[in-house]
Design a protein around this ligand. Structure first.
Ligand code: 6GU
Length: 223
């Protein structure tokens, strides 16, 4: 996966880049590249945003600046670019991200995420440069960076090798339906805490019984 993120705050991805599953994915050949529109703006004073036409609070990321940034990085007209790769604009007004959409993105060889800031993007960025508009929930964040990290985290953990050997060896006991997440309750030591006991079946070592118990608990949770 070659993941590019267009952001005015590339340093906000430093922590994300250090996460183990991301480190593993990068070691296995994936890439994570940030592109800062400020480095490519045709405007003076490294300007990237402007006041909204019609008035209102906040600033809007300019379409000419996004055009220049994409053009500079990909050496192709962004209008053409979105026919060649998924260009995802992160916006609270977008399609809700779910596991199916994550899987779709994880299956793409290349992905570009556009982070808006301030009051968001000039709508022409979304209309003419983006192939998808995605939201991570019905609430408003102050920028697309956190949403991009949520999307990137969910995508990277699906890539082969991202979760490492230890995790893949226990994959069989995990549900396909939830993409590697156990849907049954998990417990660890201590076996009893403040009188709260771990279910006996999990302490017994009878693997067939444990499997059955987990299947039943998973079924309960699904309903
Ligand atoms: Cl993708 N962006 C912003 N700014 N806020 C959001 C969001 C995205 N998804 C939910 N809230």
């Amino acid at each position: 996966m070659n993941l590019d993120i267009v952001t005015l705050f590339p340093e906000s991805f430093d922590w994300f880049r250090s996460q183990r599953h991301v480190v593993n994915a990068l070691a296995a050949g994936s890439t994570l590249t940030t592109i800062n529109p400020r480095d490519h703006t045709p405007l003076s004073g490294r300007q990237v945003d402007d006041a909204p036409f019609g008035g209102g609070a906040g600033m809007v990321l300019r379409v000419d600046v996004m055009d220049a940034a994409l053009q500079a990085h990909y050496s192709v007209d962004p209008v053409e670019l979105r026919r060649r790769r998924r260009i995802v604009a992160l916006s609270p007004a977008g399609r809700l991200l779910d596991e199916a959409l994550v899987s779709e993105f994880a299956g793409a060889p290349e992905l570009t995420l556009l982070c808006g800031r301030y009051e968001g993007f000039d709508e022409r960025i979304v209309e003419h440069f983006a192939s998808d508009v995605v939201s991570i929930g019905r609430y408003v964040l102050s920028g697309g960076e956190l949403a991009a990290m949520v999307l990137a985290d969910a995508v990277f953990r699906k890539l082969p090798g991202a979760l490492g050997h230890a995790d893949s060896s226990i994959e069989e006991s995990y549900s396909d339906a939830l993409d590697g997440q156990p849907e049954y309750p998990q417990y660890t030591r201590p076996a009893e805490y403040r009188g709260w006991r771990v279910p006996d079946v999990l302490l017994g070592g009878h693997h067939a019984e444990i499997r059955r118990w987990r299947r039943e608990r998973a079924r309960e949770r699904a309903t």
